[in-house]
Design a binder for this molecule. Structure first.
Ligand SMILES: Cc1cc2nc3c(=O)[nH]c(=O)nc-3n(C[C@H](O)[C@H](O)[C@H](O)COP(=O)(O)OP(=O)(O)OC[C@H]3O[C@@H](n4cnc5c(N)ncnc54)[C@H](O)[C@@H]3O)c2cc1C
Length: 436
């Protein structure tokens, strides 16, 4: 059993290394640049891959541009698909998008499983409909979770209280000292690293192309975006260009004049650990805890590992991938308080990445307005997914497809990427300079 768990974790690490070091998928579809397609997607995180997949499903040819696909925030993400636990006050429109994403997930995962995945692509995305338990450590945590439940219920979300005994019947390794437990059946999970590998495998197998280079900026022609200018020379020409490169979006050159993309890095530390055979399964549900007011979660994977996360800090380390010692201490301390057996796990990995945050915590998703009332032709922005990019992947993909089909859903108009742009976008959509 130990050997099987070890092999499983080893396989997960191998797949992970494939994503991070060489890019996901196989060599299939990798091209040098100087090409054209219906759709060019800048950025190969979960969002860019999801949009590319959906565009390809709509019958369009696709080129995905990223020099280090899968290495950004998506590399760190726990993969919780958690519209209910992630509810925050004053974020009703975001909740609607999160619920829409949640509804889309089963079909999205099934379409990926059905798609031609390429020989090297591991099976599946790790999409699981296992539930989530919210648990508190002390009396104040119990009150905080009960207050949150009232808000969740007011929004029509299902959160049912459990006695500690009921919770421990379901999850015997939960501490008898927890103060409360709530069942959240609608919050699920996926493995983001497997998801990207799977998306890339399907894209490659079904004719999508990958350019393993950085995008420098946008190409313009006759007042519309005509593709992507690559760093170091060369270009990808496209009828539609999707800017989906997370925190890197604002640094692209030749964005429409006046467009502000106020992205900020919100760093998160996260751990991956192997569960020894005698403790498997450590948990069957995702456990989201509140420990003296600090959130912590434990996500059990099918391969015998668990993910423990995540801190949230806005300090600016000199190395954006630097892991905080204090953050790791806090995660292990709090996770052990909820599940004491965490102390017996084998630490595999400590990772830090930056979430692409925005001033209102909602994505920058949609087309960009021109001063004359229309939108800049050929350009879609899809960034700023902050804490929810994995959950929102199918919704972002669907929104972009609707925009490409010129059938936008008015429900998502509030996420327009130009909502923070104070300077009116100039007529003629001209960027700082037009490049042919
Ligand atoms: C610790 C942690 C835990 C998280 N847990 C969850 C969770 O449980 N559930 C959830 O829904 N979300 C979670 N998130 C948030 C989620 O990870 C992000 O919202 C999501 O990954 C954003 O995806 P993305 O594709 O927009 O960006 P990224 O994954 O950052 O991808 C951006 C890509 O763009 C590329 N790029 C950048 N600049 C350029 C350029 N000029 N040219 C070409 N390519 C470029 C980069 O190489 C990168 O591959 C978590 C985040 C963190 C940090």
């Amino acid at each position: 059993m130990g050997t099987r768990a070890g092999r499983a974790a080893g396989a997960a690490n191998d797949a992970a290394a494939q994503v991070c070091d060489t890019g996901p998928g196989t060599a299939e579809g990798i091209i040098a640049g100087d090409t054209s397609a219906d759709v060019a997607v800048i950025g190969g995180g979960v969002i860019g891959h999801g949009i590319a997949f959906e565009a390809m499903r709509s019958g369009r040819s696709v080129v995905l541009i990223d020099d280090a696909p899968g290495s950004g925030a998506s590399w760190a993400a726990a993969g919780m698909l958690a519209p209910v636990s992630e509810l925050h006050y004053q974020e009703e429109q975001l909740l609607e998008l999160m619920l829409e994403a949640s509804r889309l997930w089963p079909g999205f995962a099934a379409a990926l499983d059905a798609g031609a995945a390429g020989a090297d692509s591991p099976a599946g995305t790790g999409y699981l409909t296992t539930p989530t338990l919210a648990v508190g450590a002390d009396a104040a945590d119990r009150r905080a979770l009960a207050d949150l439940r009232e808000v969740q219920q007011a929004c029509g979300l299902a959160v049912e209280p459990l006695t500690v005994r009921e919770a421990r019947t379901r999850e015997p390794l939960l501490s008898p000292g927890i103060s409360c437990a709530f069942d959240i059946p609608a919050d699920h999970q996926v493995d983001p690293r497997l998801l990207i590998t799977r998306l890339a495998g399907v894209l490659g197998a079904e004719g999508g192309s990958f350019v393993r280079r950085r995008a420098a900026g946008l190409l313009w022609q006759d007042g519309q975006v005509a593709g992507v200018r690559l760093a170091g020379g060369g270009s990808v020409r496209a009828a539609e260009t999707v800017v989906a490169n997370g925190l890197g979006a604002a640094a692209l050159e030749e964005l429409p004049a006046g467009l502000a993309l106020p992205l900020r890095p919100v760093y998160g530390d996260i751990l991956r650990l192997r569960v020894p055979p005698h403790l498997q399964p450590l948990l069957t549900a995702t456990v989201r805890g509140m420990v003296r007011g600090i959130p912590v979660y434990i996500v059990p994977r099918q391969d015998g590992t668990v993910v423990i996360g995540a801190t949230q800090r806005e300090d600016g380390p000199s190395d954006p991938h630097a892991v905080s010692a204090g953050g790791i201490y806090q995660l292990l301390r709090d996770a052990q308080q909820l599940v004491p057996a965490v102390a017996e796990l084998e630490l595999l990995e400590a990772t830090a990445r930056a979430r692409p945050g925005t001033p209102d915590n909602a994505p920058l998703l949609g087309r960009v307005a021109r001063a004359d009332g229309g939108d800049v032709p050929g350009l879609i922005i899809a960034t700023g997914f902050f804490r929810h990019g994995v959950l929102l992947t199918p919704a972002a993909a669907a929104v972009c497809r609707q925009l490409m089909d010129f059938t936008p859903d008015p429900r998502w108009g509030g996420f327009r990427p130009d909502r923070f742009s104070r300077i009116p976008v100039t007529s003629g959509d001209s960027p700082k300079k037009e490049a042919a």
